[in-house]
Design a binder for this molecule. Structure first.
Ligand SMILES: Cc1cc2nc3c(=O)[nH]c(=O)nc-3n(C[C@H](O)[C@H](O)[C@H](O)COP(=O)(O)OP(=O)(O)OC[C@H]3O[C@@H](n4cnc5c(N)ncnc54)[C@H](O)[C@@H]3O)c2cc1C
Length: 376
Protein backbone atom coordinates (compact mmCIF):
# COMPACT_ATOMS: atom_id res chain seq x y z
CA UNK A 1 0.00 0.00 0.00
CA UNK A 2 1.35 3.43 -0.83
CA UNK A 3 1.98 5.21 2.47
CA UNK A 4 2.85 8.58 0.91
CA UNK A 5 0.47 10.27 -1.48
CA UNK A 6 2.85 12.69 -3.26
CA UNK A 7 4.93 10.02 -5.08
CA UNK A 8 1.71 8.29 -6.12
CA UNK A 9 0.30 11.54 -7.56
CA UNK A 10 3.55 12.22 -9.46
CA UNK A 11 3.93 8.64 -10.69
CA UNK A 12 3.64 7.97 -14.41
CA UNK A 13 2.59 4.37 -13.68
CA UNK A 14 -1.07 5.35 -13.37
CA UNK A 15 -3.36 7.56 -15.48
CA UNK A 16 -5.18 10.50 -13.83
CA UNK A 17 -8.35 8.38 -13.88
CA UNK A 18 -6.50 5.51 -12.20
CA UNK A 19 -5.23 7.84 -9.47
CA UNK A 20 -8.69 9.33 -8.93
CA UNK A 21 -10.10 5.81 -8.64
CA UNK A 22 -7.60 5.02 -5.87
CA UNK A 23 -8.77 8.13 -3.99
CA UNK A 24 -12.34 6.83 -4.19
CA UNK A 25 -11.31 4.17 -1.67
CA UNK A 26 -11.61 6.89 0.96
CA UNK A 27 -15.33 7.21 0.29
CA UNK A 28 -16.35 3.64 -0.51
CA UNK A 29 -18.12 1.78 2.31
CA UNK A 30 -16.62 -1.43 3.68
CA UNK A 31 -17.99 -4.73 2.40
CA UNK A 32 -20.28 -6.33 4.97
CA UNK A 33 -20.08 -9.96 3.85
CA UNK A 34 -17.52 -11.85 5.94
CA UNK A 35 -16.65 -14.49 3.32
CA UNK A 36 -13.26 -14.72 1.64
CA UNK A 37 -12.66 -13.22 -1.82
CA UNK A 38 -9.76 -13.17 -4.25
CA UNK A 39 -6.98 -10.64 -3.77
CA UNK A 40 -7.62 -9.33 -7.30
CA UNK A 41 -11.30 -8.77 -6.64
CA UNK A 42 -10.62 -7.03 -3.33
CA UNK A 43 -8.05 -4.59 -4.78
CA UNK A 44 -10.17 -3.83 -7.86
CA UNK A 45 -13.14 -3.22 -5.58
CA UNK A 46 -11.23 -0.85 -3.29
CA UNK A 47 -8.65 0.81 -5.56
CA UNK A 48 -9.82 0.13 -9.13
CA UNK A 49 -8.50 -1.98 -12.01
CA UNK A 50 -5.47 0.19 -12.83
CA UNK A 51 -4.07 0.07 -9.30
CA UNK A 52 -4.52 -3.70 -9.43
CA UNK A 53 -2.86 -4.22 -12.81
CA UNK A 54 0.00 -1.76 -12.48
CA UNK A 55 0.76 -1.59 -8.75
CA UNK A 56 -0.52 -4.42 -6.62
CA UNK A 57 -0.63 -7.41 -9.01
CA UNK A 58 3.06 -7.11 -10.03
CA UNK A 59 4.20 -6.76 -6.40
CA UNK A 60 2.01 -9.64 -5.30
CA UNK A 61 3.26 -11.78 -8.22
CA UNK A 62 6.83 -11.00 -7.14
CA UNK A 63 6.04 -12.80 -3.88
CA UNK A 64 3.65 -15.57 -4.91
CA UNK A 65 4.26 -15.99 -8.68
CA UNK A 66 0.47 -16.34 -8.63
CA UNK A 67 -2.67 -15.35 -10.48
CA UNK A 68 -4.18 -12.84 -8.05
CA UNK A 69 -7.71 -13.64 -9.22
CA UNK A 70 -7.24 -17.12 -7.76
CA UNK A 71 -5.44 -16.11 -4.54
CA UNK A 72 -7.31 -16.12 -1.25
CA UNK A 73 -7.23 -12.70 0.40
CA UNK A 74 -7.66 -14.31 3.82
CA UNK A 75 -4.62 -16.56 3.26
CA UNK A 76 -2.31 -13.95 1.72
CA UNK A 77 -3.04 -10.41 2.89
CA UNK A 78 -5.61 -10.66 5.71
CA UNK A 79 -4.35 -7.31 7.03
CA UNK A 80 -5.86 -5.55 3.97
CA UNK A 81 -9.30 -6.92 4.72
CA UNK A 82 -8.62 -6.10 8.39
CA UNK A 83 -7.92 -2.46 7.45
CA UNK A 84 -11.18 -2.30 5.51
CA UNK A 85 -13.13 -3.81 8.40
CA UNK A 86 -11.48 -1.79 11.14
CA UNK A 87 -10.98 1.58 9.46
CA UNK A 88 -13.50 1.52 6.61
CA UNK A 89 -10.97 1.44 3.75
CA UNK A 90 -7.32 1.04 2.80
CA UNK A 91 -6.41 4.75 2.71
CA UNK A 92 -8.11 5.26 6.06
CA UNK A 93 -6.19 2.24 7.36
CA UNK A 94 -2.86 3.66 6.16
CA UNK A 95 -3.63 7.06 7.69
CA UNK A 96 -4.63 5.46 10.99
CA UNK A 97 -1.49 3.36 11.28
CA UNK A 98 1.02 5.82 9.76
CA UNK A 99 4.11 6.32 11.91
CA UNK A 100 3.35 3.23 13.99
CA UNK A 101 6.05 0.57 14.13
CA UNK A 102 9.19 2.60 14.68
CA UNK A 103 10.09 5.31 17.16
CA UNK A 104 10.22 8.89 15.82
CA UNK A 105 13.73 9.69 14.59
CA UNK A 106 14.73 6.00 14.53
CA UNK A 107 16.22 4.76 11.25
CA UNK A 108 13.64 2.72 9.29
CA UNK A 109 14.33 -1.01 9.20
CA UNK A 110 15.98 -2.19 5.98
CA UNK A 111 13.49 -3.64 3.49
CA UNK A 112 15.60 -6.75 2.84
CA UNK A 113 17.71 -8.91 5.13
CA UNK A 114 19.77 -11.97 4.28
CA UNK A 115 22.68 -13.92 5.80
CA UNK A 116 25.98 -12.33 4.82
CA UNK A 117 27.33 -15.48 3.18
CA UNK A 118 24.12 -16.29 1.31
CA UNK A 119 20.97 -18.23 2.18
CA UNK A 120 22.77 -21.53 2.31
CA UNK A 121 24.17 -20.37 5.68
CA UNK A 122 20.73 -21.09 7.18
CA UNK A 123 20.88 -24.73 6.11
CA UNK A 124 24.54 -25.15 7.12
CA UNK A 125 23.90 -23.58 10.55
CA UNK A 126 20.98 -25.92 11.15
CA UNK A 127 22.98 -28.97 10.14
CA UNK A 128 25.90 -27.89 12.34
CA UNK A 129 23.61 -27.35 15.32
CA UNK A 130 22.07 -30.80 14.91
CA UNK A 131 25.47 -32.49 14.76
CA UNK A 132 26.90 -30.36 17.60
CA UNK A 133 24.17 -31.64 19.87
CA UNK A 134 25.20 -35.20 19.12
CA UNK A 135 22.34 -36.06 16.81
CA UNK A 136 22.71 -37.84 13.52
CA UNK A 137 21.98 -35.89 10.35
CA UNK A 138 21.44 -37.85 7.15
CA UNK A 139 21.43 -35.67 4.04
CA UNK A 140 21.13 -36.38 0.36
CA UNK A 141 18.71 -39.29 0.67
CA UNK A 142 15.01 -38.98 -0.10
CA UNK A 143 12.29 -40.28 2.20
CA UNK A 144 9.74 -42.37 0.32
CA UNK A 145 7.06 -43.11 2.93
CA UNK A 146 6.05 -42.62 6.55
CA UNK A 147 4.23 -45.61 8.00
CA UNK A 148 2.89 -46.52 11.46
CA UNK A 149 5.06 -48.90 13.48
CA UNK A 150 5.70 -50.18 17.00
CA UNK A 151 7.87 -47.11 17.78
CA UNK A 152 5.21 -44.75 16.52
CA UNK A 153 6.34 -44.33 12.93
CA UNK A 154 8.89 -45.53 10.47
CA UNK A 155 10.43 -43.26 7.84
CA UNK A 156 11.35 -45.28 4.77
CA UNK A 157 14.28 -44.05 2.71
CA UNK A 158 15.09 -44.54 -0.96
CA UNK A 159 17.39 -47.54 -1.05
CA UNK A 160 15.30 -49.54 1.39
CA UNK A 161 16.49 -48.37 4.81
CA UNK A 162 13.84 -47.55 7.43
CA UNK A 163 14.33 -45.25 10.44
CA UNK A 164 12.12 -45.76 13.53
CA UNK A 165 10.72 -42.50 14.90
CA UNK A 166 8.58 -41.34 17.80
CA UNK A 167 7.87 -38.10 15.93
CA UNK A 168 8.26 -37.04 12.31
CA UNK A 169 8.42 -33.47 10.98
CA UNK A 170 7.75 -33.39 7.26
CA UNK A 171 9.53 -30.15 6.31
CA UNK A 172 9.18 -30.98 2.64
CA UNK A 173 6.99 -29.58 -0.15
CA UNK A 174 3.29 -30.35 0.41
CA UNK A 175 3.04 -32.41 -2.79
CA UNK A 176 5.93 -34.61 -1.54
CA UNK A 177 4.37 -34.86 1.93
CA UNK A 178 1.19 -36.05 0.17
CA UNK A 179 3.10 -38.97 -1.40
CA UNK A 180 4.87 -39.84 1.85
CA UNK A 181 1.73 -39.82 3.98
CA UNK A 182 -0.61 -41.44 1.43
CA UNK A 183 -0.45 -44.89 3.08
CA UNK A 184 -1.06 -43.45 6.55
CA UNK A 185 -4.01 -41.21 5.72
CA UNK A 186 -5.31 -41.01 2.13
CA UNK A 187 -7.72 -38.11 2.89
CA UNK A 188 -4.94 -36.03 4.45
CA UNK A 189 -2.71 -36.85 1.48
CA UNK A 190 -5.43 -35.77 -0.95
CA UNK A 191 -5.74 -32.39 0.77
CA UNK A 192 -1.95 -31.92 0.72
CA UNK A 193 -1.80 -32.89 -2.96
CA UNK A 194 -4.56 -30.38 -3.69
CA UNK A 195 -2.37 -27.36 -2.86
CA UNK A 196 -1.32 -26.11 -6.31
CA UNK A 197 2.30 -25.08 -6.87
CA UNK A 198 3.86 -22.81 -9.49
CA UNK A 199 7.33 -23.25 -10.97
CA UNK A 200 9.84 -20.46 -11.48
CA UNK A 201 13.43 -20.05 -12.62
CA UNK A 202 16.09 -17.43 -12.10
CA UNK A 203 18.71 -16.42 -14.64
CA UNK A 204 21.66 -14.73 -12.94
CA UNK A 205 23.87 -12.53 -15.11
CA UNK A 206 27.08 -10.72 -14.06
CA UNK A 207 28.24 -7.61 -15.94
CA UNK A 208 30.94 -5.04 -15.44
CA UNK A 209 29.40 -1.84 -14.06
CA UNK A 210 30.36 0.13 -17.19
CA UNK A 211 28.41 -2.35 -19.34
CA UNK A 212 25.11 -1.27 -17.74
CA UNK A 213 23.84 2.15 -18.88
CA UNK A 214 21.03 2.14 -16.28
CA UNK A 215 21.80 3.80 -12.90
CA UNK A 216 20.52 0.68 -11.06
CA UNK A 217 18.74 2.83 -8.51
CA UNK A 218 16.23 1.03 -6.31
CA UNK A 219 16.48 -2.77 -6.13
CA UNK A 220 14.94 -3.79 -9.46
CA UNK A 221 11.46 -3.97 -10.94
CA UNK A 222 8.43 -6.22 -11.23
CA UNK A 223 6.50 -6.86 -14.45
CA UNK A 224 2.68 -6.72 -14.60
CA UNK A 225 0.88 -9.85 -15.84
CA UNK A 226 -1.04 -7.66 -18.35
CA UNK A 227 2.19 -7.27 -20.33
CA UNK A 228 1.73 -10.92 -21.22
CA UNK A 229 5.38 -12.06 -21.05
CA UNK A 230 7.02 -14.82 -19.01
CA UNK A 231 9.26 -12.45 -17.02
CA UNK A 232 8.14 -11.86 -13.45
CA UNK A 233 10.78 -9.50 -12.12
CA UNK A 234 14.36 -8.37 -12.33
CA UNK A 235 16.53 -7.40 -9.37
CA UNK A 236 20.05 -6.05 -9.04
CA UNK A 237 21.19 -8.27 -6.18
CA UNK A 238 24.59 -6.58 -5.97
CA UNK A 239 22.70 -3.41 -4.96
CA UNK A 240 20.25 -5.23 -2.73
CA UNK A 241 22.97 -6.96 -0.71
CA UNK A 242 26.54 -5.94 0.15
CA UNK A 243 29.25 -8.39 -0.89
CA UNK A 244 27.35 -10.11 -3.70
CA UNK A 245 29.77 -8.92 -6.42
CA UNK A 246 33.34 -7.60 -6.49
CA UNK A 247 33.86 -3.85 -6.85
CA UNK A 248 33.08 -2.65 -10.35
CA UNK A 249 30.72 -5.57 -11.05
CA UNK A 250 26.97 -6.01 -10.84
CA UNK A 251 24.79 -9.10 -10.49
CA UNK A 252 21.38 -8.91 -12.19
CA UNK A 253 18.76 -11.62 -11.63
CA UNK A 254 15.87 -12.19 -14.01
CA UNK A 255 12.90 -14.16 -12.59
CA UNK A 256 10.90 -16.24 -15.08
CA UNK A 257 7.62 -18.13 -14.90
CA UNK A 258 4.42 -17.42 -13.06
CA UNK A 259 1.21 -19.30 -12.39
CA UNK A 260 -0.35 -20.06 -15.78
CA UNK A 261 2.92 -19.27 -17.65
CA UNK A 262 4.94 -22.24 -16.34
CA UNK A 263 5.34 -23.60 -19.89
CA UNK A 264 8.32 -21.29 -20.44
CA UNK A 265 10.26 -23.41 -17.96
CA UNK A 266 10.14 -26.40 -20.31
CA UNK A 267 12.69 -24.52 -22.45
CA UNK A 268 16.38 -25.38 -22.10
CA UNK A 269 18.84 -23.20 -20.18
CA UNK A 270 20.14 -21.45 -23.32
CA UNK A 271 16.62 -20.33 -24.22
CA UNK A 272 16.01 -18.97 -20.70
CA UNK A 273 19.33 -17.12 -20.81
CA UNK A 274 18.36 -15.66 -24.21
CA UNK A 275 15.04 -14.44 -22.72
CA UNK A 276 16.94 -12.82 -19.85
CA UNK A 277 19.31 -11.08 -22.28
CA UNK A 278 16.35 -9.72 -24.23
CA UNK A 279 14.80 -8.46 -21.01
CA UNK A 280 17.88 -6.61 -19.75
CA UNK A 281 18.51 -5.18 -23.24
CA UNK A 282 14.97 -3.81 -23.52
CA UNK A 283 14.60 -2.44 -20.00
CA UNK A 284 18.04 -1.43 -18.78
CA UNK A 285 19.88 -1.14 -22.08
CA UNK A 286 22.48 -3.87 -21.55
CA UNK A 287 23.81 -5.27 -24.81
CA UNK A 288 27.08 -6.80 -23.52
CA UNK A 289 27.50 -10.55 -23.05
CA UNK A 290 27.47 -11.45 -19.36
CA UNK A 291 30.77 -12.66 -17.90
CA UNK A 292 28.81 -15.19 -15.86
CA UNK A 293 25.37 -16.65 -16.50
CA UNK A 294 23.58 -19.23 -14.37
CA UNK A 295 20.12 -20.80 -14.47
CA UNK A 296 18.45 -21.98 -11.25
CA UNK A 297 15.10 -23.73 -11.51
CA UNK A 298 12.50 -24.06 -8.76
CA UNK A 299 10.07 -26.70 -10.07
CA UNK A 300 6.80 -26.63 -8.11
CA UNK A 301 8.58 -24.42 -5.58
CA UNK A 302 5.87 -21.87 -4.92
CA UNK A 303 2.61 -23.00 -3.28
CA UNK A 304 -0.45 -21.09 -4.39
CA UNK A 305 -2.74 -19.98 -1.57
CA UNK A 306 -5.85 -20.10 -3.73
CA UNK A 307 -9.44 -19.53 -2.59
CA UNK A 308 -10.29 -22.29 -0.13
CA UNK A 309 -6.70 -22.48 1.22
CA UNK A 310 -7.60 -21.54 4.83
CA UNK A 311 -10.33 -24.19 4.91
CA UNK A 312 -7.97 -26.77 3.41
CA UNK A 313 -5.33 -26.01 6.08
CA UNK A 314 -7.96 -26.35 8.82
CA UNK A 315 -8.87 -29.81 7.41
CA UNK A 316 -5.18 -30.81 7.20
CA UNK A 317 -4.53 -29.75 10.78
CA UNK A 318 -7.64 -31.57 11.99
CA UNK A 319 -6.54 -34.73 10.16
CA UNK A 320 -3.07 -34.50 11.71
CA UNK A 321 -4.56 -34.66 15.18
CA UNK A 322 -5.44 -38.28 14.42
CA UNK A 323 -1.70 -38.97 13.95
CA UNK A 324 0.02 -37.62 17.06
CA UNK A 325 3.74 -37.25 16.41
CA UNK A 326 3.40 -36.22 12.74
CA UNK A 327 4.01 -32.53 12.01
CA UNK A 328 4.22 -30.44 8.86
CA UNK A 329 6.44 -27.43 8.28
CA UNK A 330 7.33 -25.28 5.29
CA UNK A 331 5.92 -22.82 2.84
CA UNK A 332 2.66 -24.53 1.90
CA UNK A 333 0.64 -23.76 5.01
CA UNK A 334 0.92 -20.44 6.84
CA UNK A 335 3.14 -18.20 4.72
CA UNK A 336 5.65 -18.58 1.90
CA UNK A 337 8.33 -16.17 3.19
CA UNK A 338 11.46 -17.53 4.81
CA UNK A 339 10.53 -16.02 8.22
CA UNK A 340 7.15 -17.82 7.95
CA UNK A 341 8.92 -21.09 7.11
CA UNK A 342 11.33 -20.71 10.04
CA UNK A 343 8.40 -20.00 12.37
CA UNK A 344 6.54 -23.09 11.10
CA UNK A 345 9.68 -25.19 11.64
CA UNK A 346 10.04 -23.91 15.18
CA UNK A 347 6.37 -24.62 15.96
CA UNK A 348 6.73 -28.14 14.57
CA UNK A 349 9.98 -28.68 16.49
CA UNK A 350 8.43 -27.57 19.78
CA UNK A 351 5.38 -29.77 19.22
CA UNK A 352 7.56 -32.77 18.34
CA UNK A 353 9.69 -32.34 21.48
CA UNK A 354 6.57 -32.01 23.64
CA UNK A 355 5.15 -35.17 22.02
CA UNK A 356 8.35 -37.18 22.51
CA UNK A 357 8.58 -36.05 26.17
CA UNK A 358 4.95 -36.95 26.88
CA UNK A 359 5.39 -40.32 25.16
CA UNK A 360 8.51 -40.87 27.30
CA UNK A 361 6.54 -40.11 30.48
CA UNK A 362 3.69 -42.39 29.34
CA UNK A 363 5.99 -45.29 28.55
CA UNK A 364 7.86 -44.82 31.87
CA UNK A 365 4.57 -44.93 33.83
CA UNK A 366 3.39 -47.88 31.74
CA UNK A 367 6.52 -49.89 32.60
CA UNK A 368 6.10 -49.02 36.30
CA UNK A 369 2.52 -50.23 36.02
CA UNK A 370 3.76 -53.45 34.35
CA UNK A 371 6.30 -53.99 37.15
CA UNK A 372 3.74 -53.43 39.93
CA UNK A 373 1.30 -55.73 38.11
CA UNK A 374 3.81 -58.56 38.06
CA UNK A 375 5.01 -58.15 41.67
CA UNK A 376 2.89 -60.50 43.82
C1 LIG B 1 12.74 -17.81 -6.85
C2 LIG B 1 12.28 -17.61 -5.43
C3 LIG B 1 12.58 -16.43 -4.75
C4 LIG B 1 12.16 -16.24 -3.43
N1 LIG B 1 12.50 -15.09 -2.77
C5 LIG B 1 12.17 -14.96 -1.47
C6 LIG B 1 12.56 -13.81 -0.73
O1 LIG B 1 13.19 -12.90 -1.27
N2 LIG B 1 12.21 -13.74 0.59
C7 LIG B 1 11.51 -14.72 1.22
O2 LIG B 1 11.24 -14.62 2.42
N3 LIG B 1 11.12 -15.82 0.53
C8 LIG B 1 11.44 -15.96 -0.78
N4 LIG B 1 11.03 -17.07 -1.48
C9 LIG B 1 10.21 -18.07 -0.78
C10 LIG B 1 11.03 -18.96 0.12
O3 LIG B 1 12.37 -19.02 -0.32
C11 LIG B 1 10.46 -20.37 0.14
O4 LIG B 1 9.05 -20.34 0.33
C12 LIG B 1 11.11 -21.17 1.27
O5 LIG B 1 12.51 -21.20 1.12
C13 LIG B 1 10.58 -22.57 1.27
O6 LIG B 1 11.15 -23.24 2.35
P1 LIG B 1 10.67 -24.70 2.69
O7 LIG B 1 11.48 -25.17 3.84
O8 LIG B 1 9.18 -24.76 2.77
O9 LIG B 1 11.00 -25.54 1.38
P2 LIG B 1 12.39 -25.88 0.74
O10 LIG B 1 13.43 -24.89 1.09
O11 LIG B 1 12.10 -26.18 -0.69
O12 LIG B 1 12.81 -27.21 1.51
C14 LIG B 1 12.20 -28.43 1.24
C15 LIG B 1 13.29 -29.47 1.37
O13 LIG B 1 12.70 -30.75 1.27
C16 LIG B 1 13.63 -31.56 0.61
N5 LIG B 1 12.92 -32.75 0.09
C17 LIG B 1 12.05 -32.79 -0.96
N6 LIG B 1 11.61 -34.06 -1.13
C18 LIG B 1 12.17 -34.79 -0.14
C19 LIG B 1 12.08 -36.16 0.22
N7 LIG B 1 11.31 -37.04 -0.45
N8 LIG B 1 12.81 -36.60 1.26
C20 LIG B 1 13.59 -35.75 1.97
N9 LIG B 1 13.72 -34.42 1.67
C21 LIG B 1 13.01 -33.97 0.62
C22 LIG B 1 14.22 -30.69 -0.46
O14 LIG B 1 15.45 -31.22 -0.90
C23 LIG B 1 14.37 -29.38 0.29
O15 LIG B 1 15.61 -29.28 0.90
C24 LIG B 1 11.44 -17.27 -2.79
C25 LIG B 1 11.14 -18.45 -3.48
C26 LIG B 1 11.56 -18.63 -4.79
C27 LIG B 1 11.24 -19.93 -5.50
Amino acid sequence: MPTRLAPLIRSSLLSPVGKARIALDYLLPARRDDGDESLGRFIRRRLGPEAWERLVEPLMAGIYAADGDQLSLAATFPQLRGAERQHGGLIKGVLATRGRGHAPGAAPKPAFLTPVGGLNELVSALELRIRDRGAMARTGVAATAVVASWSGYQVRLRGGEAIPASAVIAAIPAHVAADLLAGLDPALAADLAGIPHASTAIVTLAFRRDEIPHPLDGHGYVVPRVEGGPILACTWSSRKWAGRAPDGWEVVRVFLGRSGRDEVLAADDDTLIALAYREVAERIGVTATATLSRVHRWPLGMPQYVLGHPERITRIEAALRAHPGIYLAGNAYHGVGIPDCIASGERAGDAAVAHVCSEGIKSASMSLHDVSATVP
